[in-house]
Design a protein around this ligand. Structure first.
Ligand code: SF4
Length: 262
């Protein structure tokens, strides 16, 4: 049986092994560790439709098309969220669509991808989800939309670059050249280039993390800024003198030994 890892999983593991344990080993899914706000989901869904449903026989969509796609995803949002989301999409249109003669057709939008690789005798399944994948001159460019106010680079950008390069080579047979983060609140695009050295280093880091994950017996809490956004705080011995017991719905720990060959 292969052990699943993903950029999200590795990110969470790197931030705090104990929150990883609550989320993925005990399956406390209803409490997403670092949140997944409805507004972000709705904006991502609208951008998926904007690119996915457009008829590329025409050069580019209008702002009305953006509005139509946005309206289909506002049902669960407050009126402030609807305004916020529209302001992000309008800004995106003005920055990335309006000045250009046409909108290029992406290779994919909001797609899950899956690959497998071996670290010693352990098989890992790697799953990822990208917002958009574009062809560029000599390879591929991944686009990741950000709806957060914070614009600092993600902590584990190396993990994402390495993992996606590995995956995209398996799935599309082409190298990832860059990952670009588009901050929708400010309209800024920040590209991160992937170099050969970067690839090697990223892969090494991923493998080390994966092996550590495999050997981990004590899922130690790692306190830091991430605690402010962690919804497992009530179960955490580092934060509570008397942590709450895990709910009965929590999955029994499966133990890595189940993944080893007999
Ligand atoms: S509260 Fe902090 S230390 Fe505790 S599980 Fe969450 S992130 Fe980890």
């Amino acid at each position: 049986m292969a052990y699943p890892i993903s950029a999200t999983r590795l990110n969470l593991y790197k931030s705090c092994p104990q929150s990883y344990y609550f989320r993925y080993e005990r399956g406390l899914k209803e409490q997403s560790a670092f949140g997944s706000p409805a507004l972000g989901k709705a904006v991502h869904a609208a951008l998926k439709d904007i690119y996915g449903d457009w008829n590329y026989g025409h050069p580019k969509p209008s702002l009305e098309w953006f509005e139509l796609m946005w309206q289909a995803h506002t049902g669960d949002l407050s009126s402030k969220q609807v305004d916020d989301g529209w302001s992000m999409l309008k800004g995106y249109f003005e920055q990335f669509i309006e000045p250009y003669p046409s909108m290029n057709k992406p290779l994919g939008v909001e797609q899950g991808i899956k690959g497998k690789f071996q670290v010693r005798y352990i098989e890992f399944v790697v799953r990822g989800q990208y917002d958009r994948l574009d062809y560029i001159e000599d390879g591929l460019e991944l686009i990741d939309y950000k709806t957060t106010k914070q614009m600092s680079p993600p902590d584990a950008i190396d993990i994402q670059l390495g993992l996606y390069d590995l995956l995209l080579k398996q799935v599309y047979g082409q190298a990832l050249r860059k990952l670009s983060l588009i901050y929708l609140r400010s309209g800024e695009k920040k590209p991160y280039e992937v170099t050969p050295e970067h690839r090697r280093e990223s892969q090494r880091l991923i493998e080390n993390l994966a092996m550590q994950l495999h050997r981990e017996e004590e899922w130690r809490p790692q306190e830091g800024q991430q605690c402010d956004r962690c919804s497992y705080e009530r179960y955490c011995a580092a934060k509570r003198e008397v942590p709450e017991p895990l709910p009965e719905t929590a999955r029994k720990p499966k133990g890595m030994q189940l993944l080893l060959p007999l």
